[in-house]
Design a protein around this ligand. Structure first.
Ligand SMILES: Cc1cc2nc3c(=O)[nH]c(=O)nc-3n(C[C@H](O)[C@H](O)[C@H](O)COP(=O)(O)O)c2cc1C
Length: 197
């Protein structure tokens, strides 16, 4: 039996990303869980931000931001960026995080994060609690430690964090499957196993 309750945003797990905004001199970081991908080609994403956040005005004015993925090592910093405001706190300074110049936007990237996703806002949609910044992904950067010789990304080694109903969790290294494995032909499975050895 399921217990029904008042409708709420119960989808989980979600990423809790560190969104950097501003420029190399004046920058801020806001933690955002209301984010995701909305289109593949061109790659498009969104972040939903309450209008009262300090970062909201920066992102509205600049029309740019960087999504920085959170690792287990960055969890405390990510939480801090989600409970302190840039209106009275220098989050980069207090957390000892390093600003790194981005390629296509003036917002800095967080050097300590293994994946930085540069975004340019194309549209803002106003909802009752949050404004949704729809953005095109204009450049991505992955720490070379997680890129193999063939150029493939090793996301499993990044120790990324999931946000699930108010709590932060490590992803288990146990792989349950991969895209399309449920319909994989036995011949392909054999080939994959041989490749792994
Ligand atoms: C895990 C987590 C997820 C959050 N997700 C969002 C979000 O999706 N949108 C939002 O507006 N605020 C979100 N917040 C709250 C903001 O990060 C928080 O209010 C922050 O202090 C705003 O910083 P700023 O005032 O420097 O912009 C989240 C906080 C945490 C801890």
């Amino acid at each position: 039996m399921k217990i029904s309750s008042k409708p709420g945003p119960l989808t989980a797990p979600l990423p809790a990303v560190m969104v950097s905004c501003g420029d190399m001199e004046n920058s801020n970081i806001i933690t955002v869980a209301w984010t995701g991908i909305i289109n593949s080609h061109p790659p498009m994403t969104y972040i939903s931000v309450r209008p009262n956040r300090f970062s909201h005005s920066i992102i509205s004015e600049r029309g740019e931001f960087v999504i920085n993925l959170t690792t287990a090592d960055l969890t405390r910093a990510m939480d801090f960026c989600g409970v302190r405001s840039g209106s009275d706190t220098d989050k980069f300074g207090q957390l000892g995080l390093t600003r790194e110049a981005a390629e296509t936007v003036s917002a800095p990237m967080i050097a300590e994060s293994p994946v930085n996703i540069e975004c340019r806002v194309t549209e803002v949609r106003n909802y009752p609690s949050h404004d949704m910044f729809i953005a095109e992904i204009t450049a991505v950067h992955v720490d070379e430690r997680y890129v193999d010789e063939s150029g493939a990304y090793n996301y499993a080694a990044m120790d990324l964090v999931a946000f699930s109903h108010g709590k932060y969790y490590r992803l288990s290294p146990e792989e349950l499957g991969f895209f399309g494995y449920s319909v994989m032909k036995p011949k392909t499975a054999k080939k994959r196993r041989a490749k792994k050895k």
